[in-house]
Design a protein around this ligand. Structure first.
Ligand code: ATP
Ligand code: MG
Length: 283
């Protein structure tokens, strides 16, 4: 059995459970208990507070864990590998009261910064040559300037709406983060084997999310040009249509270049373009 630690409740819980589900792994019971087995995969799921996950993975209480990179780097544990999962995206940022005249990072010199990420912040300030005082608090960091506890803050941001409602503005990004898979350094061969099966599934789910399947009708005299903008997994599939002079073209397109490719296809006379989500993709 491979033991995986995930957040008991909070922002990463839902996405972590969904990832397992998309990998075809169904849990016996939810997070009401400390742990849960899986029906159809040799996996045991432990539910922990996210702050504890790096330590537990380092100590082998869990073999692997899903945790924000921000937590993992802050705790700086001796953990073998990380694998980016593509959810839980956020920034660790410095934010200042919105009426503060902020021009450069040097404006932070001499200020008091409240944060729950003192180690990451300290490294950042050192690197930027800023001499500020770090005041460590564990929660509700965004209210610190309002109650006179600190001048500015360093906290996690995604949309920025919490900052906005607290009269703060984001001025510096310390770290860009997302959920990662942290892996214990000394897994047995048997566990490594289970892990590689799990990683194959995670990869298939992740790759599928980054790609779309597209089907379109192309005039035959443009087929060469259209095929050139559509790489596909090997090359696009081209099938003649019943209507003379036209073919159906099918291909896989990466999300990063998706709109660019669609624009080119339209310019080349493609019609009836269908875009279909891919459930799993094994390359
Ligand atoms: P726990 O009770 O497990 O200690 P927590 O309150 O410390 O939970 P959450 O707020 O649930 O943590 O956030 C968990 C992780 O979600 C963060 O460490 C971060 O990686 C990620 N995250 C994504 N967006 C945000 C955001 N806007 N604010 C905070 N965390 C975010
Ligand atoms: Mg926490």
């Amino acid at each position: 059995m491979l033991k995986i630690a995930i957040q008991k409740s909070g922002r990463l819980y839902e996405d972590s459970i969904n990832l397992l589900k998309e990998c075809g792994i169904e849990l016996n019971n939810g997070n009401k208990q400390l742990k849960s087995g899986a029906y159809n995969f040799p996996l045991e799921v432990y539910f922990f507070r996210d702050d504890d996950i790096p330590q537990y993975v380092q100590d082998g209480v869990a073999d692997i864990g899903i945790v924000g990179e921000n937590v993992l780097l802050e705790k700086a544990k001796d953990i073998e590998q990380v694998y980016r999962l593509g959810f839980g995206r956020c920034r660790l940022s410095i934010a200042v009261p919105k009426n503060m005249q902020y021009q450069t990072i040097a404006d932070l010199n001499g200020l008091k910064i409240a944060t729950a990420y003192s180690s990451l912040l300290q490294n950042f300030l050192l690197e930027k040559n800023v001499d500020a005082e770090i005041h460590e608090i564990s929660g509700s960091v965004e209210i610190a300037p309002g109650i006179g506890l600190a001048d500015v803050i360093c906290d996690l941001v995604s949309s920025g709406s919490t900052l906005f409602t607290n009269g703060l503005k984001e001025v510096e990004v310390v770290l860009r983060s997302e959920a990662v898979l942290a892996i214990n350094k000394s897994l047995s061969e048997e566990k490594k084997n289970i892990l590689s099966k799990l990683l194959l599934r995670i990869n298939a789910v992740k790759t599928a999310k980054n790609n779309k399947y597209i089907i379109l009708n192309a005039p035959n005299d443009q087929l060469k040009n259209i095929a050139a903008v559509l790489p596909g997994m090997k090359s696009p599939t081209i099938v003649p249509l019943a209507e003379a002079g036209w073919s159906s073209v099918q291909s896989v397109v990466n999300e990063n270049v998706f709109w660019e490719v669609i624009e080119k296809l339209k310019e080349l006379g493609a019609q009836g373009i269908l875009v279909v989500p891919i459930e799993k993709m094994i390359v």
